[in-house]
Ligand binder design. Structure first.
Ligand SMILES: CC1=C(/C=C/C(C)=C/C=C/C(C)=C/C=C/C=C(C)/C=C/C=O)C(C)(C)CCC1
Ligand SMILES: [Fe+2]
Length: 561
């Protein structure tokens, strides 16, 4: 009987449910039951709790959860360990105080599962997408959850117990020559590419929540409350192509993105209005550096211009066609083809400037703005980014083998806050400078956010992950003061924090008046959400999940109403 009741509630009979009333318990939103919540008093307690977490309630029967093997090894950091179950929802106990104005849902996207049965993925970027939500209720309660995104790639892997689509670093192995020819045909049509939307997450102007990866078919609409996968975001335009930037620039009024053109090397700058699925071309940039476009994981814009990066790390058609990835997976480093930045006018689509710049290696641009003379004429565009010293080593540093084998060595390659200056006087060259001494943020910097009200405008603050050395991955949160060229850092032993997301206080007049939200994975297998004050950068609250959560990439804020 008891097991029937539990099944009806979507819980597996083996999962422990207790109706308790002490303050060490967490209420199950659905049924008024309580999930036993262990509070960590000491390191020993934490380890013990970690070993118990298979009892955490999930709405999914364990039978339908993909097998967990070595990835779920307790010796691995939670950040690089597949999540324990496909979905979960519950209330979190808050330590500290959540500001009463913080009312809405924080969503985070990122890899959740890095294996199919015995088969292990190779790279951080491969993992099947998982959403994490933390809903901040008006009354100060936190309802949290996580859930795998039901993409074609994930569902096919679960059903067939093998890799069925081409992920970032791994491709399905054709069984025979005929299958190989079939695979090639599918590659040319884009059919073999994954739709594993594990990277960006945005609230569109019309309220839809979209998750994205670099493949256009990897654009997926989800429900911010249930975390249900609602379906593919089907672009209704005839623009075609397979690839897109993982990071469109999304505001209440528009969705701007770049579509690399692999056949006729260049980029389309496209814009989509809220309420539509139709991208319209604003302009096109032809590559100046040869036969393949540079990788555009992200880009940036000012109030009037889109900044199109042409990195020396270029898509490799050869690698895309091969089943075995090359050293840089689907990319190749081509310094002899140089590096460029192009500036496209949003209104006319015309190229306002196109300059050669020093070599650079950037995943994430931070922001950009226009420099004007006394008559209000634009003299230059300034574009800031997290720059990896023109070195691609970071890509291999992010392989799972490297991330999972940290023994105190200082192996995270140095990164800096890079500032490009693109002059509007017809010069051929732009500048790339370091904004602050990289020691300020431990020579690690990436996964940045700003106050969205300052998008495209002169700004002062950015939030990012930074490094406390020695480390093999950024292990601190950093607030960058780009004017004073100083950073404030927040760190705790053994943590891996995801992108710090800045949420402005409604009605704020100061740029840093708000909170910073980040999900933290711990080396002992735990996870918690942390809130820092945007101004002092001190912790104001945290709430622990009842089990570990893997590292995630990007977040977004969905205000209530
Ligand atoms: C999925 C396929 C592809 C590409 C996917 C890519 C390029 C995903 C990239 C994700 C990135 C760049 C995440 C960045 C994280 C950076 C971190 C954590 C930096 C830390 C630094 O310290 C294609 C190759 C396009 C095609 C096949 C399918
Ligand atoms: Fe990203």
């Amino acid at each position: 009987m008891a097991s029937l009741v539990l099944s009806a509630m979507g819980l597996h009979p083996r999962q422990s449910l207790v109706k308790v009333s002490n303050n060490k318990s967490v209420r199950n939103k659905k049924e008024g039951w309580y999930l036993r919540k262990t509070f960590f008093d000491s390191k020993r307690d934490r380890t013990r709790d970690h070993l118990m977490i298979s009892n955490v309630a999930s709405h999914q029967s364990p039978a339908s959860v993909p097998e967990r093997e070595s990835c779920a090894d307790h010796r691995n950091h939670a950040a690089w360990t597949s999540v324990k179950q496909e979905r979960w929802e519950g209330e979190l106990v808050v330590e500290g105080e959540i500001p009463s104005w913080l009312n809405g849902t924080y969503l985070r996207n990122g890899p959740g599962v890095w294996h199919i049965g015995e088969f292990n993925f190779r790279h951080l970027f491969d993992g099947y997408a998982m959403l994490v939500k933390v809903h901040f209720e008006k009354n100060g309660r936190l309802i949290a959850g996580h859930r795998q995104i039901e993409t074609e790639a994930y569902k096919a892997a679960k059903k067939n117990k093998k890799l069925c689509y081409r992920e970032f670093s791994v491709s399905p192995k054709p069984d025979n020559f005929l299958a190989y020819v079939g695979e090639l045909a599918k590659l040319f049509s884009g059919a073999s590419l994954t739709d594993n939307a594990n990277n960006g997450i945005y609230k569109l102007g019309d309220g839809r929540i979209i998750c994205l990866t670099e493949t256009q078919k990897g654009s997926v609409i989800v429900d911010s409350d249930t975390l249900d996968t609602l379906g593919k975001f089907e672009y209704s335009d005839p623009l075609g192509g397979f690839i897109q930037s993982s990071h469109p620039i999304v505001t209440d009024d528009e969705f701007l993105t770049l579509l690399p053109d692999l056949l006729n090397p260049g980029y389309l700058v496209v814009r989509m209005e809220p309420g539509t699925n139709e991208r319209k071309v604003i302009g096109r940039v032809n590559c100046r550096g040869g036969s393949a476009p540079g990788w555009v994981h992200s880009f940036t814009m000012t109030e009037h211009y889109v900044v199109v990066p042409e990195m020396p790390l270029r898509y490799s058609l050869q690698s895309l066609l091969k089943a075995e990835p090359s050293a840089l997976y689907q990319f190749e480093w081509r310094p002899e083809r140089k590096a460029f930045l192009h500036v496209v006018c949003k209104a006319s689509g015309k190229i306002a400037a196109s300059v050669e710049v020093p070599l650079y290696m950037v995943f994430h641009f931070i922001n950009a703005y226009e420099e004007k003379d006394k008559d209000g004429r634009v003299t230059a565009v300034i574009a800031d980014c997290c720059e990896h010293n023109a070195d691609t080593t970071i890509i291999e540093t992010l392989s799972l083998k490297n991330l999972r084998s940290f023994h105190g060595q200082d192996v995270l390659p140095d990164a800096r806050v890079g500032r490009f200056t693109i002059p509007f006087d017809g010069s051929q060259f732009g500048k790339l400078e370091t904004v602050m001494d990289p020691e300020e943020h431990g020579r690690g910097v990436d996964m940045c956010s700003i106050n969205p009200a300052y998008l495209g405008k002169k700004y002062r603050y950015a939030y990012a992950i930074g490094a406390k050395r020695p480390c093999n991955f950024p292990n601190s949160l950093t607030k960058l003061d780009l004017v004073k060229q100083k950073a404030k850092n927040w760190c705790e032993e053994g943590i891996v924090p995801s992108e710090p997301l800045f949420v402005a206080r409604p009605g704020a007049t100061e740029e840093d008046d708000g909170v910073v939200i980040s999900m933290i994975s711990e080396k002992n297998g735990g996870a918690y959400v942390v809130l820092l004050d945007g101004s002092t950068f001190e912790e104001i609250a945290r709430a622990r999940f009842p089990f570990g959560l893997p590292y995630g990439f990007h977040g977004c804020w969905v205000p209530e109403n």
